[in-house]
Design a protein around this ligand. Structure first.
Ligand code: URA
Length: 248
C-alpha cells in the first residue's frame, strides 16, 4: 500500500533533521551544498517528499527526524520483534517503505492478527502502554467452545491469572455457532498473552484472535497486511487521552 505523502520544504526538512537552524539551512541550500535525488537544489522552498526523496548535505544523507505513526493490519504468522533468531517473518517486512526505525507499541502474538501501531515517538508509545493510562484495546475472539453467560460475566468482572487478577473488562457476545462462541472483549491492560490466558481461565481456549481497536484507532478501510500513516487528528487524540489520564 502506498503511504500518505509527507511533504516539507527543503529548508524545513534539513533543519528538522537537527543539523542547524532554518536560516542556516537556507544558506547551505543557497550555496549549492544540498542535493535532492543527486541534483543540486538551490531553492529553499523546493518541496520534498520525506518518504521518497533522498536529500544530501555535502554528499551526506540527511535523515529526517520526523515522527512516524504507522497503523498496520498485522496478519497471522508475523512476529512483532525486529529480528527473529529463528528466521520467521517479522512485521517489519510489511513496512519496507518506512525508512526510520519505528518500534511496536505493545505486541501481538504470532497467531494474533489486527491493529498494531509502530512509531518513533517514544513518549507517546510509553504513554499508550502504561497500564495506569487504561487505554482500551478491543479484541474479537473465537472461543473453542460455547461460552455460558456466567463465563462471560466472569471475564467482565475480572479473572485470576498467575500475575494477578485482571481489571473489569467489557464483554459482548457477538454470536454462537453450533460449537463456538464469538465475542468482543475490551481490556485496559496489555499483559503478555492476556486475552488467551483470560479465556483459558474460564475453561476454554482461543481459536482466533483479532485486535480491532486501540482507543480511537480502528482497522477501518485497511486490508490485511496493509498499513497507513495516522492522521494528525488521530495522533492528537491519542496524546489527549494519555494526558487526560495522567491528570486524573
Ligand atoms: N492478548 C493475547 O493473548 N494475545 C495478543 O496477541 C494480544 C492480546
Amino acid at each position: 500500500m502506498k503511504p500518505g505523502r509527507t511533504l516539507k520544504t527543503l529548508d524545513r526538512m534539513v533543519s528538522k533533521a537537527g543539523l542547524g537552524s532554518r536560516t542556516e539551512a537556507r544558506r547551505w541550500i543557497g550555496s549549492g551544498r544540498v542535493c535532492v535525488n543527486g541534483k543540486v537544489v538551490q531553492t529553499p522552498d523546493h518541496w520534498v517528499d520525506l518518504q521518497r526523496d533522498k536529500v544530501t548535505l555535502d554528499g551526506r544523507l540527511v535523515k529526517s527526524l520526523d515522527r512516524r505513526y504507522i497503523l498496520l493490519y498485522k496478519p497471522k504468522g508475523y512476529i512483532t520483534s525486529y529480528r527473529d533468531p529463528q528466521g520467521r517473518a517479522t512485521v517489519y517486512s510489511l513496512i519496507p517503505e518506512v525508512d526510520q526505525f519505528v518500534g511496536t507499541v505493545g505486541r501481538l502474538d504470532l497467531d494474533t492478527s489486527g491493529l498494531l501501531l509502530l512509531t518513533n515517538d517514544h513518549d507517546l508509545a510509553e504513554a499508550m502502554t502504561n497500564p495506569e493510562h487504561e487505554l482500551p484495546k478491543t479484541y474479537l475472539v473465537k472461543a473453542a467452545t460455547l461460552l455460558s453467560d456466567e463465563q462471560l460475566r466472569r471475564l467482565a468482572s475480572g479473572v485470576e491469572l498467575k500475575d494477578g487478577p485482571t481489571r473489569p473488562a467489557q464483554v459482548m457476545r457477538i454470536r454462537d455457532s453450533a460449537k463456538y462462541t464469538f465475542l468482543e472483549l475490551t481490556i485496559t491492560e496489555g499483559r503478555n498473552r492476556q486475552v488467551r490466558r483470560m479465556i483459558e481461565a474460564i475453561g476454554s481456549k482461543v481459536l482466533k484472535l483479532v485486535r480491532t481497536r486501540i482507543g480511537p484507532l480502528t482497522l477501518e478501510a485497511l486490508q490485511i497486511g496493509q498499513w497507513r500513516e495516522l492522521t494528525k487528528e488521530e495522533v492528537a487524540s491519542l496524546r489527549k487521552l494519555s494526558r487526560a489520564k495522567r491528570r486524573s
